[in-house]
Unconditional design. Structure first.
Length: 544
């Protein structure tokens, strides 16, 4: 069977599709006397996962996720330009920052519902966005034959696991080609395969009925005439299902961290913030007063296209027009297809660095800095604050050091974001377009925020990619309504009543993750008089 690695020119002109992690482990001990180890399952960039965290006794790297997390109040801080060195905009002597102290090491996972149809455009290699589901589903039971995936701005293209490709009918309809692409990992590599053109549609978990059925697809958005990468049960059993920038470039995604969703599908539990998708020009897209423009690379990106095999003489028995590379954002010279936060400052002790570009990755639960940044901060890699065991897409495991930095700042119009006591993992992460990333902004930095990711950035689109945010409402008892209610009233009492006596189990029709209020610091997983008492204490509290 043809392997793309057999064609050296492919490596020269078409770099790796996903951000691939190369671990620096030579100075990190596999085990340290007296350290404690906690088994976890946290997602990183490129499909890798943290499987364990080791830390000194009494010094856990940060608060680790429980079955519920509520945002806490941010404090406002005035920062003098003298303390920052270089300001993104020198229009004022001071800037204000929302200060988030001790963000968790483990952020949320933006789980989504993903469905597949057969909508294509013959003889055309371009992808097309659609805010309505078009085409016919690939199975006879689309209400149950959908996949759960991740909305991932850190992936260049859409990847579908083998199980998801079977369930949605991609394999059953013969849409997986024989043309492989290799994803490199820590030690080995995983092989995935391009698909013939099809259509991908997504929505948040709220689209599902309590019984797990997808009965109304009117909220789904997506793109058609796209080629994706499909996993293989032998060559790539560990690859996740993720949608990449090839889809997100057409849309806005609003994340509400003060409204959590929990569902169980095929025996697996999924917890996620409420997520809603909009077209770029939709007037209903939320707008927040603080934000920062993002940069899309390649900067000359002009289209989302798949690459037909005949152009590289690499069809290997497949028909002309078969995708040898899946749909990605293409520029004239590269296909990096990633979004970057243009101004990030990190500091530890007396050392700091400004104006670094960090990739913005909704698919990563953790934040990453490169070894070069770590060296500039004079971090002692022989003595990290904690270590993590990371399993890549091949199933191989390596150890990487972690540190709690004094601060990390993100420049923005309106109010900046400043994080203190920030847990980060040190990794060398090659960028698909060449070189290495300075770092990755993961979702652990956004658990206390409601925010909107606004896509765009391609030439001719007329939309500047942007990230806007505000503090997630932190009113205890605000469990009903939408992202913007910020009020404890009768709708919250009704939501508590609907979940009355439910026990933590996403399979239960009346379980409500947000209604489990008591005890405040460690909810007990059941809805009863203790939760009613907490709601009563905060009755009619509000935030403007």
């Amino acid at each position: 069977m043809l392997k793309n690695k057999d064609f050296p020119c492919l490596k020269t002109f078409f770099p790796l599709l996903f951000v691939v992690v190369v671990f620096c482990t030579s100075s990190v001990q596999a085990s340290r006397p007296g350290w404690r180890r906690k088994e976890v399952d946290l997602r990183m960039t490129g499909g890798s996962r943290i499987k364990a965290i080791s830390y000194p006794p009494g010094r856990p790297p940060n608060r680790l996720k429980k079955h519920i997390r509520r945002p806490h109040k941010l404090r406002l801080k005035k920062i003098s330009s003298d303390n920052l060195g270089v300001l993104a905009e020198k229009s004022t002597e001071f800037v204000y920052a929302n200060v988030i102290d001790s963000p968790p090491i483990d952020g949320f996972v933006p789980w989504i519902v993903l469905a597949v149809t057969d909508e294509t455009v013959g003889g055309d290699f371009n992808a097309y966005a659609s805010t309505d589901v078009v085409g016919d589903y690939l199975t006879d039971n689309p209400q149950s034959d959908y996949a759960i995936g991740i909305f991932d701005t850190g992936s260049s293209t859409t990847l579908i696991s083998y199980d998801a490709a079977v369930k949605t009918g991609i394999y059953g309809n013969g849409l997986v080609t024989s043309l492989p692409v290799e994803l490199s990992g820590v030690i080995g590599s995983a092989t995935v395969y391009t698909t013939d053109p099809l259509a991908i549609f997504i929505a948040g978990l709220d689209i599902l009925e309590p019984n797990g059925l997808l009965l109304d697809d009117s909220q789904m958005i997506g793109e058609y005439n796209v080629s994706v990468l499909a996993g293989d049960p032998i060559d790539s059993p560990n690859v996740p299902t993720v949608t990449g920038t090839s889809l997100s470039v057409y849309y806005c995604a609003a994340f509400c961290n003060n409204k959590q969703l929990s569902v169980t599908i095929d025996g697996n539990d999924f917890n996620s913030p409420y997520i809603k998708f909009y077209g770029l020009s939709d007037p209903c897209v939320p707008s927040y007063s603080s934000g920062t423009n993002l940069e899309l690379y390649p900067s000359d990106a002009s289209a989302v296209q798949y690459f037909p095999c005949e152009l590289l003489e690499a069809c290997a028995g497949e028909p002309s027009g078969t995708p040898v590379y899946p749909s990605m954002i293409w520029g004239l010279l590269s296909s990096q297809s990633l979004y970057f936060v243009p101004w990030v400052n990190v500091a530890d002790g007396n050392e700091s660095g400004t104006q670094f570009k960090f990739m913005f990755d909704t698919g990563a639960q953790v934040t990453v800095i490169s070894p070069i940044i770590a060296a500039g901060l004079k971090l002692d890699t022989e003595n990290p604050d904690f270590t993590v065991d990371i399993m890549d897409v091949t199933g191989q495991v390596a150890i990487a050091p972690g540190f709690c930095l004094d601060s990390l700042d993100i420049a923005a119009t309106g109010q900046w974001l400043e994080y203190t006591n920030v847990p980060v993992v040190m990794l060398d992460v090659p960028a698909p377009g060449g070189g290495n990333l300075n770092g990755i902004i993961g979702m652990n930095l956004f658990v206390d925020l409601n925010f909107v990711f606004k896509g765009g950035g391609m030439m001719g689109q007329g939309y500047t990619p942007r990230l806007e945010f505000e503090s997630a409402c932190s009113i205890t008892g605000d469990i009903a309504g939408d992202c913007y209610q910020c009020l404890v009233n009768y709708s919250d009492l009704a939501a508590l009543s609907d979940a009355w006596l439910a026990v933590f189990n996403p399979r239960s029709d009346n379980w409500n993750l947000n209604a489990d209020l008591a005890p405040l610091q460690n909810p007990d997983g059941k809805i009863d008089f203790l939760d009613f008492a907490i709601l009563s204490e905060h009755w009619l509290e509000s935030i403007p």
